[in-house]
Ligand binder design. Sequence first.
Ligand code: SF4
Ligand code: SF4
Length: 69
Amino acid sequence: MAKIIIKKELCKSCSLCISVCPKKILVLDDKLNKLGFLPVKVVNEKECIGCQMCVLMCPEACIEIYQDE
Ligand code: SF4
Ligand code: SF4
């Protein structure tokens, strides 16, 4: 299991992270951030395999993944 941190205020709703996540656990939230975008949120963090695909794809550097020891 990995810990996912999303800086919601930086997200621009491009959905690139959603499209590459092999576990399909990232979705757009239903509440706008301060930039006026719907930020990404995690629906089932326990399913995350820590592959870092979302981190690599995000052009805004919104996502950080930490592997549990
Ligand atoms: S690290 Fe991999 S499994 Fe976890 S949210 Fe990102 S893309 Fe999905
Ligand atoms: S890739 Fe980054 S900016 Fe794009 S939706 Fe995902 S978290 Fe937001």
